[in-house]
Ligand binder design. Structure first.
Ligand code: PLP
Length: 390
């Protein structure tokens, strides 16, 4: 380790300590400070713990009210939500779907569940999402139009959809993305798994595309243990989503019959009960997370070589995971910083291994990913729980 490496690492540990105090801190802890116990108790007392019960529609009501989506369908996890969203967006075998290289594996995994292939897009260093301008140039070069669809000239396949990811809660440039999707005949399915509480031009993320998805995994802004939701303003898609996530079972007083291949993806009442209590606490959690970001800004303002990812223009971010970005010249210090912070009991993490570097996605189509590759050597997630320092 050189002296320079150690200096920046020591400054970062000290800055984190000044915000977090002594003791160890994890990256993102769930918090249960509301009516979770009371609502769970009610499930057990009434024996409605599974696929029937009041808390599921009530949780869906919380989600539509908060996001202003017309419809919300609660499901077992965010990955299942993405799977159904892509199916209902018309993604089918032999299609390609544009997905950012910098995301969690669930995004391209869900594409493959539909028999389609992910096609990886470059990211930008402002909001960490898809670089829409570069994607436009790339699609202009590699596609040809046929009947309103964009065909990849290299593979002969239809590029059916684009899945923007609001990485760490920061909204992508949705205006530009919608214009691009329109020009290339792409359906937008928004992976808003990380962005409950994030708005673009005053409108909630996940409500710009034909369909959007949320996740309520244990490390997300709010949790239901495991859970996810499908958001849409389209009543036909909403009915269809509800139907095929409940085994495509036909409504009848005693007969058990189905009219399609369905999925057992419905969120159980127990999880929805926790979700209702969490939604009641969401505004407070978001306020705390915004305050934490402000404290980090102060703590890091005088340290050279590192910046904090800020909410993009026209956006209000939920600050799900606060993120340090090392200057390009400092990228070789990443490992030392990760080691020293974790040794100090402060959990930090690099960003995900890029999707095109995973063995099962190496063969997939992709554009030049030099910014994503650079970002991967420079991003560090730092502790971001809603009640840190509260
Ligand atoms: C959390 C997450 C998902 C969904 O994850 P689940 O654990 O299945 O709820 C999907 N995409 C991204 C980007 C995520 O962060």
């Amino acid at each position: 380790m050189t002296g320079q490496d150690a200096l920046l690492s020591k400054q970062i540990v000290a800055a984190l300590r000044s915000v977090l105090g002594d003791g160890s801190q994890s990256l993102h802890e769930p918090a249960f400070r509301g009516n979770e116990m009371q609502y769970l108790h009610r499930c057990i007392e009434t024996s409605f713990v599974s696929s029937v019960g009041d808390f599921v529609p009530r949780f869906e009501g919380h989600l539509t009210e908060y996001t202003s989506a017309k419809y919300a369908i609660a499901v077992v996890n965010g990955t299942a939500a993405l799977h159904i969203a892509l199916l209902l967006a018309g993604v089918a075998a032999n299609d390609e779907v544009i997905v950012p290289a910098l995301t969690f594996a669930a995004t391209p995994n869900a594409v493959t569940y539909c028999g389609a292939s992910p096609h990886f897009a470059e990211c930008n260093d402002r909001d960490l999402g898809i670089d829409i301008q570069k994607l436009r140039q790339y699609l202009n070069a590699i596609t040809e139009k046929r009947g309103g669809l964009s065909i990849n000239k290299n593979t002969g396949k239809v590029i059916r959809a684009v899945v923007p990811v609001h990485v760490f809660g920061h909204p992508v440039e949705l205006d530009n993305l919608m214009a691009l999707a329109h020009d290339f005949g792409l359906v937008i399915v928004e992976d808003a798994s990380e962005s409950l509480g994030s708005f673009y031009r005053g409108r909630h993320t996940g409500t710009f595309g034909l369909i959007g998805t949320l996740s309520f995994n244990g490390n997300k802004t709010i949790t239901t243990g495991g859970g996810g939701a499908i958001l849409t303003n389209d009543s036909v898609i909403a009915d269809r989503a509800k139907h095929i996530t409940t085994t495509a079972r036909l409504d009848h007083r005693w007969k058990c019959s189905h009219d399609d291949i369905g999925y057992n993806y419905r969120m159980p009442n127990l999880n929805a009960a926790v979700g209702c209590a969490q939604m009641e606490c969401l505004p407070q959690m978001l306020a705390n997370k915004r305050e934490l970001f402000a404290k980090y800004c102060t703590a890091f303002q005088d340290i050279d070589g590192v910046t904090l990812i800020n909410e993009p223009a026209h956006s209000c971010s939920n600050y799900w995971l606060n993120t340090l970005l090392l200057d390009c010249s400092q990228h070789d210090k990443l490992e030392t910083i990760l080691a020293m912070t974790n040794d100090a009991g402060i959990m930090t993490r690099p960003s995900w291994t890029l999707m095109h570097c995973l063995p099962h996605f190496q063969h997939c189509q992709r554009m030049k990913l030099s910014v994503a590759e650079s970002l991967h050597t420079r991003l560090i997630n730092i502790p971001s729980s809603a009640y840190i320092a509260h």
